[in-house]
Design a protein around this ligand. Sequence first.
Ligand code: TYM
Length: 350
Amino acid sequence: KPLVFSGVQPTGNLHLGNYLGAIRKFVALQEENDCIYCVVDLHSITAQLVHDDLRGQIRSIAAAFIASGIDPEKHIVFNQSAVPQHAELAWIFNCVARIGWMNRMTQFKDKAGKDRENASLGLLAYPSLMAADILVYRATHVPVGDDQKQHLELTRDIAQKFNIDFQDHIRQAGVGVDIVVGEEPIHAYFPPVEPLIGGATTRVMSLRDGTKKMSKSDPSDLSRINLMDDAETIAKKIRKAKTDPDALPSEVEGLQGRPEADNLVGIFAALTDKSKEDVLTDFGGQQFSVFKPALIELAVSVLSPITDEMRRLMGDTSHIDAILRKGGERARARAEKTMKEVRDIIGFLQ
Ligand code: TYM
């Protein structure tokens, strides 16, 4: 069975972009894969060091996973800091990756802003830890939104450089498999990682500006639907969502140059597991005054059971804590197996 890994940061409220771009896919992938889903708390201190209620944030992401339908018995749900092997492998990857690779990351440039000298070293090394998250399990499939694509390409580069640089050591350690990279046959330890970025909502846009990503850091709460919003708030935000004055087109091509319309149709499609074509078959020619109420009803019917369940789970933290503890134990056992081999490949005495 393919091994799936993904992570979500415990910073700020989860929004519809996180849900449709990532968590909903995590749920769908459970049927046919082994899955490991992680609350990446170590990542959350890269941009902002001190958090008021980090523990509560970690629990609420775990609650969102469970409330959305992830089965923590069949699969693994845990928080990153419970498995120190992530940080250990990240250190090794810091020595594999080049500073130039990190400097090219658009997310680093965005988050560091103008005062780059003053960004934390952790923010620069962020993608190394992300590569370690995935490769410490030698996972091959990673469901994410479009904004993580560059980080996953870097993960492939790190794996490839490790495999090539340590080729002889990997052979001597008696681990790894023969694969072909380009034309070259090499003996590889880490597998190439496949990003799973697909569907109508790889990039859910702001409700206030269809050219900007829906994001936790947007100062306007009207720009996003939070997973914890109640029905009335969801309705208000969709009613106020920016649109253009035209009716919906009957073909997908007609959404070009209409980012707000495209976004709302994409959200509708993702919430019903349909394509944008299907949505336009039903709503082509209709005004937003007809489409928006249908979207409100749909969004509320999909999200409110999840919100209710999250609230219920958060009411008794001992249940969530037990899930995370058990998930952490299982993840640690698997990660340590990889790290024993990695230490051996590198030549550390253990
Ligand atoms: P994070 O916590 O910012 O976001 C979690 C997931 O939500 C997706 N996402 C979106 N998808 C569609 N439209 C949007 N507007 C939108 N906003 C966010 C993100 O792409 C992501 O899949 N670096 C990662 C966390 C991470 C990780 C990993 C992911 C750490 N280690 C290993 C995969 C594998 C992040 O900051 O996601």
